[in-house]
Design a protein around this ligand. Structure first.
Ligand SMILES: Cc1cc2nc3c(=O)[nH]c(=O)nc-3n(C[C@H](O)[C@H](O)[C@H](O)COP(=O)(O)OP(=O)(O)OC[C@H]3O[C@@H](n4cnc5c(N)ncnc54)[C@H](O)[C@@H]3O)c2cc1C
Ligand code: FES
Length: 496
């Protein structure tokens, strides 16, 4: 039995939203599809600039990846600065730091109490410190207040760390729900439970058949659900687990921390009950559909309790992000053939500052201003040298799943072998069926073929979901889409 309630603390500590679904056809200046940090930030910036904006969300706003993040708000992004040429590193640093400041500025200006705390950010090593030393130098050259240190606030020794001053941590939903409320006060419109399933020229269409016609369309659906530029060949999905535990306030490590060692560990805290802080630990990343998730959650819990003795696990949750093959996000016009469709994706685990940055960049571009870092994030760029290795690796993996998973024997021989509370891919009448047996013994069968591009899904036992290893689409046991790029549910099957 895994410790902690399976829910995100951010979701549990804020009220649900109830914006209406789109119920007719409308015409606006900009349609923003997707209500995470990227979509809400973009919609707010555009409304602030005086445009008529409609934000269209498939489910509830700030409840996708953004509702399950860990919300370290920082320009220190693991080891990115040593990977970028000097001019690009400077643009990256200044754009990300400005995004951190934008959150602080808007929270103060709009009176949003989002538990924003200014803290230092660290990327640390417990073994060889050479990489973090190089990163400290590269980050300082890029203009960040960065230094190499050997002491941190963590209760265990490190061999070295990059320390960047004046970064932040916050409550992402408190911030974004405040921004969304302000957006509607200024005349912006928000529609929830309105999944967009079509994009034609200047019009998006929802599942219910209603349309939004706009001069500009922003696709902020995390993994792009419309992708004529084939960005999916340059995006790699990665799912990660989170454990949150109560610790005495006196043991707060006082910063936001990350190491790439031990399959990644990230540490921060948030205000919690009287005299306590909520320690939030992330790690154990994997390709969706490719891991024993319960086992990994157990590893993360054990690590948390060993490194922070006495920590009382209160919550656990999971979510995923996409990384671009050159590790710089894609923000801007989708592809050379269109001027009016824009995208923000590939945040690589750093979507808090990057989502806010995306809002400013896209709003500026749509209103006719080019920010200095537009070229750095332009989705139309190609970095053949930096991308080649990761691109080939990503494509080989997808091809392996696409072909290999079809030829491989089904995971289980017969529906009768599927135990209550578990799921498996079973070949029934020549078709690969995704079969889940609920705790009461009833069988739920859907097609195992992902509705995005047809890879075969796998069952995540711990989260009770079907996951596609190719581009990270996720589906409920009834086949409903939980996470794109898929927009259509898995087709019902008869397992009889
Ligand atoms: C475990 C973990 C921890 C992280 N921690 C940090 C951190 O500490 N700091 C940091 O900077 N970043 C962090 N990140 C990354 C960050 O959380 C993400 O990059 C960011 O939240 C992504 O925001 P988004 O707006 O792109 O996506 P989302 O928040 O997922 O928003 C996209 C929205 O689009 C909607 N949508 C999808 N399809 C459709 C459709 N067809 N029609 C309409 N709407 C649709 C979805 O329902 C969703 O609400 C973390 C990521 C992970 C996985
Ligand atoms: S997510 Fe692309 S094939 Fe499944």
């Amino acid at each position: 039995m895994l410790a902690g309630t399976e829910e995100s603390y951010w979701m549990d500590s804020t009220p649900p939203t109830s914006y209406p679904p789109l119920a007719g056809d409308i015409d606006v200046d900009v349609a923003v599809v997707g209500g995470g940090i990227a979509g809400i930030s973009t919609a707010w910036e555009l409304t602030e600039a005086g445009l008529r904006v409609a934000l269209i969300e498939a489910d509830r706003i700030a409840a996708g990846v953004t509702g399950y993040t860990t919300a370290k708000l920082s320009a220190l992004h693991t080891l990115i600065y040593q990977e970028l040429p000097a001019d690009k590193a400077q643009l990256y640093a200044s754009s990300q730091q400005q995004a951190v400041e934008r959150v602080a500025e808007l929270a103060a200006r709009l009176g949003i109490d989002c538990d924003l705390e200014r803290v230092p950010a660290f990327t640390y090593a417990e073994s060889d410190p050479d990489q973090v030393r190089a990163e400290a130098e590269a980050a300082a050259r890029a203009g960040l207040p960065a230094s190499f240190v050997t002491g941190t606030g963590l209760p265990y020794p490190v061999s070295g760390a990059v320390r960047v001053e004046n970064q932040a941590q916050f409550h992402p939903r408190k911030y974004l729900l405040g921004l969304a409320a302000d957006l509607t006060r200024r005349g912006g419109q928000i529609f929830e439970r309105s999944r967009v399933t079509g994009l034609h020229d200047h019009t998006v269409t929802t599942e219910a058949g209603h349309t939004v016609t706009a001069r500009h369309i922003v696709v902020a659906t995390h993994y792009p659900v419309f992708d004529r530029a084939l960005l999916f060949t340059r995006l790699v999905p990665r799912r990660e687990l989170v454990v949150a535990a109560s610790i005495p306030a006196g043991r707060d490590p006082g910063g936001v921390y990350l190491t790439t060692e031990q399959n990644t560990r990230s540490v921060r805290t948030a205000p919690y009950r009287q005299g306590h802080r909520l320690l939030i630990v992330t790690g154990e990343h994997f390709t969706p559909g490719e891991a024993d998730v319960a086992e990994r959650w157990q590893h993360l819990t054990t690590w948390t309790q060993t490194r922070f003795p006495g920590a009382q696990v209160a919550y656990r949750w999971a979510t995923q992000d996409n990384t671009s093959t050159d590790r710089v996000p894609f923000i801007g016009r989708f592809h050379p053939g269109t001027d009016h469709v824009h995208v923000a994706t590939g945040f690589g685990g750093w979507g808090m500052s990057t989502g806010v940055l995306a809002g400013r960049l896209l709003a500026a571009s749509i209103t006719g201003t080019e920010l200095p870092w537009a070229g750095l994030y332009d989705p139309r760029r190609l970095n053949p040298v930096r991308e080649a290795g990761s691109l080939l690796k990503a494509q080989a993996k997808v091809a392996g799943h696409f072909v290999g998973d079809r030829l491989r024997p089904a995971h289980t021989d017969s529906v009768a072998d599927v135990e209550p509370g578990t799921g498996a891919v079973v070949r029934v009448g020549g078709r690969q069926c995704a079969v889940y047996r609920d705790e009461l013994g009833a069988v739920h069968a859907v097609s195992a073929r992902c509705t995005h591009l047809g890879c075969i899904v796998s069952f995540n036992d711990a989260e009770k979901a079907w996951e596609c290893p190719c581009h990270g689409s996720r589906f409920g046991v009834d086949g409903a889409v939980l996470h794109g790029p898929a927009i259509h549910p898995l087709a019902p099957e008869s397992a009889g």
